[in-house]
Design a protein around this ligand. Structure first.
Ligand SMILES: [Fe+2]
Length: 390
């Protein structure tokens, strides 16, 4: 038995108008202060009020939300008793909304969420996500990433019940994204789709959204980065991010995420920038030891017209170079030394980096599972920007 889950997805111009058709009494909106300042929360509450839905906003979500923040949000939700919990913002706000629903409806802390337990969260409230960035794909995944601040560790949580019921992809919400965030989050989307496409958990259902997401990203990310007012590129990236989320949440993330998470937890590198950077090094690592994944990369390269070579390895390597070229064109660092991380600090944390990576479930969902020694080498090569030759 296998599963494939997606939210009911409303997308395209004026998608927010869908909000005035939903049924309910109270909506609890989980967001951050910047979304309020940009006027994006007003766009949402205006539509909800037309449906006679009372709104309460929690705007205290910080980047890389902490356990304390989501527990606080759940407490406010308990008092307000919403029948909708809405995550509005980037991945942080959407993940915080998922956690708030768990705390409110199941009465448990986020770390007590067991993936295989049925909590019947919908008996209390439904979950909606409205992204304002194009990358995390959290609106289309059950995944929650929270930060253990004291332990300097990012934790991936989730269950089938933390998949949103509805995702609304309205391009108005992403038009004001600055270039740096466009680049960072776009690389996250690319990483989700490529890793999901080669994951050992992949299925025929994840292949389609994965391939289309990768192609859309190659064709549109730089356009959206260069000209944020390019509506077609913005829309394409919004859809790509959601499809990439569908691919990796129904498949699995990979080594770019497990290594990138480790660095993000210890050095606070933005998520998309970190996973995008490690993506190419971990791709090389898989090419060097897995014919199966090399062939999958070759399929991507051919589908995206990156290479038509009959030789899988040449196609796969062309894909790695295409990822690097795209990353560079959208302001991404190609090595860790370009991330303002001092060599001595990085080396000092090597044990922690490896420990965090090896303990991520996604590290085992690839066709060449690294041991600690290989991870040390991978981290070292990525610091220096050296192609992986082992
Ligand atoms: Fe990600």
């Amino acid at each position: 038995m296998q599963f494939f889950g997606v939210p009911f997805t409303v997308f395209g111009d004026d998608s927010l108008q869908y909000l005035n058709t939903i049924l309910g009494k109270r909506a609890f909106i989980v967001t951050d202060n910047n979304i309020i300042k940009l006027g994006l929360a007003d766009l949402v509450t205006t539509e909800l009020k037309k449906a006679n839905i009372e709104c309460k906003i929690f705007d205290g979500v910080e980047p890389d939300p902490s356990i304390e923040t989501v527990v606080k949000a759940a407490g406010i939700a308990k008092d307000f008793k919403p029948d909708w919990v809405i995550g509005l913002g980037g991945g942080s706000s959407m993940d915080a909304a998922k956690s708030a629903l768990v705390g409110y409806a199941a009465g448990i802390g986020p770390l007590d969420l067991a993936p295989s337990t049925f909590y019947d969260l919908r008996a209390t409230a439904k979950l909606m996500c409205i992204p304002t960035t194009s990358g995390t794909g959290s609106e289309a995944t059950w995944a929650i990433v929270l930060t253990d601040v004291a332990g300097q560790r990012k934790m991936g949580l989730g269950s089938y019940e933390t998949m949103p019921d509805i995702a609304i992809l309205d391009p108005r919400m992403v038009m004001s994204m600055p270039p740096q965030i466009t680049g960072d989050t776009g690389m996250d989307a690319l990483c989700h789709a490529i890793e999901g496409y080669v994951s050992t958990w992949r299925t025929q259902f994840t292949d389609g959204p994965g391939l289309v997401a990768i192609k859309l990203t190659f064709e549109n990310l730089k356009k959206a980065y260069d000209n944020g007012k390019d509506e077609d590129a913005r829309k394409a990236m919004m859809y790509a991010a959601s499809m990439a989320g569908t691919c990796c949440t129904n498949g699995m993330f990979g080594l770019g995420h497990s290594t990138g998470h480790a660095v993000g937890g210890l050095f606070h590198t933005p998520h998309g920038r970190a996973v995008g950077l490690y993506l190419t090094y971990t791709m090389e690592y898989l090419i060097n030891g897995s014919g199966e994944t090399t062939s999958r990369y070759a399929e991507i390269a051919r589908f995206c017209n990156i290479s038509r070579d009959n030789d899988d390895k040449k196609c796969a390597k062309a894909l790695v170079e295409a990822v690097r070229k795209l990353a560079k064109s959208v302001g991404q660092p190609l090595s860790v030394k370009d991330c303002n991380i001092k060599r001595e600090d990085y080396i000092k944390q090597m044990e922690g980096l490896v420990d965090r990576s090896i303990n991520e479930l996604m590290t085992s969902a690839v066709t060449r599972v690294p041991e600690s020694e290989d991870l040390v080498k991978l981290f070292t090569y990525a610091y220096d920007g050296k192609s992986v030759d082992f």
